[in-house]
Write a protein that binds this ligand. Structure first.
Ligand SMILES: Nc1ncnc2c1ncn2[C@@H]1O[C@H](COP(=O)(O)OP(=O)(O)OP(=O)(O)O)[C@@H](O)[C@H]1O
Length: 304
């Protein structure tokens, strides 16, 4: 059963149980235990540009869910909105049942966010930066020291922990950033292209950390262009195209939906990039075909 379908009984139940508040509260608690992130009819306009055109989906508790889409599909806009860094034009986001608009502190406490690119205090050492983040979250000092030590060890950063961040490599900075998102042990992790700049070993470490987080019951919402990582890590996948959800289903169902059985072919079909790929291949072979025209009348096949 897709999340899209699951959400409808909630609305129905809301009306049905309105006269019995006790039942309604129990039902709401059940919904958010099942769906840690609820995105409801999200619209984001930048001037005339509609980045999100009424996006709705849910992310299930204790699972990794991937978010895919071509450049400009709206992935970062979704991620920033979920992290509370950007207000939607309309629509609602609920994290663990808390509305991001009306209960932002409760909602944000439960999130760890790794942005695609982040401004860090690069004059601080990695240790100082993580300690500062711990202070901002009001973490207990002993707990913070334990968490910082654990994360520095996991990412092999212990030896560089006392070096200024501006002297660290891009990959090392990314590891510090990921550590800062995990520091307060949040229930929900939102990763926007977290593997940017990481070498193979660090990417493997990151994957193991995500698997570990999921096995601990954490919820991960993961946006990446690296399809095979999403395929391996994520139980469900949401595909965005031109600001709309064009697929929302279990990864296994999406893979079974195409003859090639790969997320790459699902992605190509849903986002209609096949003609561009053929054009690229023909160009590489020395032929000079016309650039294929996109069919903008359709945003692709809808699955789930
Ligand atoms: N701050 C902004 N001001 C104006 N337009 C924006 C802004 N941020 C995003 N957009 C537009 O919104 C649309 C979605 O952008 P977004 O960055 O969410 O896409 P994306 O799927 O993350 O793309 P990419 O894979 O290239 O990172 C694009 O058309 C983009 O130009």
């Amino acid at each position: 059963m897709s999340s899209r379908i699951c959400y409808r009984p909630f609305r129905f139940a809301r009306a049905r149980f309105a006269i019995q508040p006790g039942h309604y509260s129990l039902f709401v608690a059940w919904v958010w235990e099942l769906f840690v992130i609820e995105v409801i009819n999200l619209v984001k306009n930048f001037g005339d540009n509609a980045a999100l055109k009424g996006v709705s989906f849910t992310v299930r508790s204790g699972e990794a869910t991937g978010c895919l889409g071509p450049n400009g599909a709206g992935k970062s806009t979704i991620m920033k909105t979920l992290a509370g860094l950007q207000r939607p034009t309309s629509g609602e986001v609920r994290i663990c049942g808390y509305s991001l608009a009306s209960e932002p502190l409760e909602a944000k406490k439960r999130i760890g966010y790794v942005p695609e690119t982040a401004a860090m205090y690069t004059g601080l050492t990695a240790n100082e930066y993580l300690s500062l983040v711990a202070e901002l979250y009001h973490l207990d000092r002993d707990f913070a020291a334990e968490q910082i030590g654990k994360l520095l060890r996991a990412f092999h950063l212990t030896d560089v922990a006392d070096r200024q961040i501006d002297s660290l490599s891009k990959g090392m900075r990314q590891k510090v950033l990921i550590s800062s998102a995990l520091l307060h042990d949040p229930e929900v992790l939102i990763f926007d292209e977290p593997l940017n700049g990481l070498d193979v070993n660090a990417a493997l470490t990151f994957r193991r950390i995500v698997e570990d987080l999921v096995s601990q019951g954490k919820t991960v919402f993961y946006c990446s262009h690296i399809l095979d990582v999403v395929e391996r890590l994520c139980k469900r996948v949401i595909v965005l195209n031109s600001g709309e959800v064009v697929a929302d289903d279990e990864t296994a169902n999406l893979l079974a939906s195409t003859p090639k059985g790969s997320l790459e072919s699902v992605f190509q079909e849903l986002t209609r990039i096949g003609p561009e790929i053929e054009w690229g291949a023909a160009l590489a072979e020395g032929r000079a075909p016309e650039m294929p025209k996109r069919d903008d009348s359709s945003s692709g096949t809808r699955i789930g």
